[in-house]
Ligand binder design. Structure first.
Ligand code: HEM
Length: 145
């Protein structure tokens, strides 16, 4: 199955007003469950990073029915992640932590249907970032060669 955009839109609308809390919890979970990820953010301004992540997710959800927009935006976002040290296998860390964060805030309202739909949506998002990331990694190699 693939995801239902309305389920993604409606559930993200719940997270949006508490975006700062969601971002705090997300990085708490990411760094606790995947301590290896912490080094990637060693030089980051985390206050800015939290806002950037939530704004980016909001933008993606706003365009979740627009395949052309998503393909272009997420390719470029993936490309920008190459110099941050992101590797393809890191997407699982972020996806698992993001869904765990949503589950935390939804509590008993976090249904199997929500979990499944977000899993599919996240996989689609990561899948569109990956080609950009891979191309960005090639550019990095060329630049340092
Ligand atoms: C849905 C997936 C993701 C989204 C929406 C996302 C979004 C963002 C955004 C908006 C930025 C701010 C800079 C920019 O726009 O280029 C950023 C930076 C960053 N992201 Fe992601 N990201 C995702 C996945 C990942 C993954 C899988 C990793 C690796 C664990 C990662 C690690 C980083 C790092 C290290 C930075 C730079 C922090 C800094 O030094 O300023 N991101 N991300």
């Amino acid at each position: 199955m693939t995801f239902d955009p309305k389920i993604i839109e409606d559930s993200f609308a719940v997270a949006k007003p508490i975006a700062a809390d969601v971002a705090n919890k997300f990085y708490e979970i990411l760094w606790t469950d995947y301590p290896q990820s912490k080094a990637l953010f060693a030089n980051a301004n985390m206050a800015k990073q939290k806002v950037a992540l939530m704004n980016s997710l909001a933008l993606v959800v706003d365009h979740i029915r627009d395949a052309e927009w998503l393909t272009d935006y997420l390719y470029k976002l993936g490309e920008r992640h190459a110099p941050y040290g992101t590797q393809p296998e890191h997407f699982d860390w972020v996806g698992t932590s993001l869904l765990k964060t949503f589950a935390h805030f939804f509590g008993d309202d976090w249904t199997d249907e929500l979990q499944q739909n977000w899993l599919e949506a996240y996989q689609a998002i990561a899948g569109l970032m990956l080609p950009g990331l891979r191309d960005g990694q090639k550019d990095d190699v060329r630049e340092t060669a």
